[in-house]
Design a protein around this ligand. Structure first.
Ligand SMILES: [Ca+2]
Ligand SMILES: [Ca+2]
Length: 189
C-alpha cells in the first residue's frame, strides 16, 4: 500500500488522533533519542581531545629526545678525540688534582678524566651553562673493558679499551644514551 505523503499537518493530525498515553510515550522516546545523541557527541568530543593530547605529548617527547641525542653526541665526540692516557702516565685512570670533578672540561686531556662527570644544565667545555637546555642532565661513565669483547668491565687502567657511556635525562626520565669506545692504538695515543 503506498505511504501517505508526510507533511507537518498530517503528522499533527496523527498525533491528535493518538491517545494521550501514546503521545507521552512518543515524546519520551524523542527525549531519550536526544539524550543518547548528546552522550554520543560528548564521548566523541572527549575522545578527540584525548587523542590530540596524546599527540601533543608525543610530539614534545620526540622533540626532547632529539635535543638529548644532540647533547649526548656533542659530548661523546669531545671525549673520543682526547688521548687514551695522559702524556707520561700510561695505565693511569681518573683525574689529576689540576682536573677538578666539576670542571671546566677544558682542563681535561684524556678519556677517563670524564668519568663520573655530570652537569645540569649542560655546560660548554669552558664551564659556561647552556641555558637553552635547563632541565637536562648530562652524565658520563668511563670504564675499562676487556680488549677482545669490549663488554666485560675490567679494573681501572688495566686494558687498552675504554667504554664511554653518555646519558641525558630530563625531569628524571632517560632521553638519550650513547655508548662509544676508545682504543689505545699501540701506545701512540
Ligand atoms: Ca687528564
Ligand atoms: Ca685521566
Amino acid at each position: 500500500m503506498p505511504c501517505r505523503p508526510c507533511n507537518p499537518r498530517a503528522t499533527r493530525e496523527v498525533m491528535r488522533r493518538r491517545s494521550p498515553i501514546a503521545r507521552r510515550r512518543l515524546r519520551a522516546f524523542t527525549y531519550v533519542e536526544a539524550a543518547m545523541a548528546m552522550v554520543i557527541l560528548s564521548t566523541a568530543v572527549a575522545a578527540g581531545f584525548s587523542t590530540y593530547g596524546a599527540f601533543a605529548r608525543g610530539t614534545l617527547y620526540d622533540a626532547e629526545a632529539v635535543v638529548a641525542q644532540e647533547l649526548a653526541a656533542q659530548l661523546m665526540t669531545e671525549i673520543q678525540v682526547q688521548d687514551y692516557d695522559p702524556p707520561g702516565y700510561p695505565g693511569s685512570f681518573g683525574r689529576l688534582a689540576s682536573e677538578p670533578a666539576d670542571g671546566p672540561r677544558s682542563l681535561y686531556d684524556d678519556v677517563d678524566d670524564y668519568d663520573n662527570w655530570s652537569a645540569s644544565p649542560p655546560e660548554m667545555p669552558d664551564g659556561t651553562d647552556m641555558t637553552s637546555y635547563i632541565g637536562y642532565v648530562r652524565s658520563v661513565i668511563v670504564t675499562n673493558v676487556d680488549d677482545a669483547t669490549l663488554s666485560w668491565a675490567q679494573s681501572d687502567g688495566a686494558t687498552d679499551s675504554k667504554r664511554i657511556v653518555v646519558t641525558v635525562t630530563r625531569n628524571g626520565k632517560l632521553r638519550a644514551r650513547l655508548t662509544g669506545y676508545r682504543i689505545n692504538q699501540n701506545g701512540f695515543d
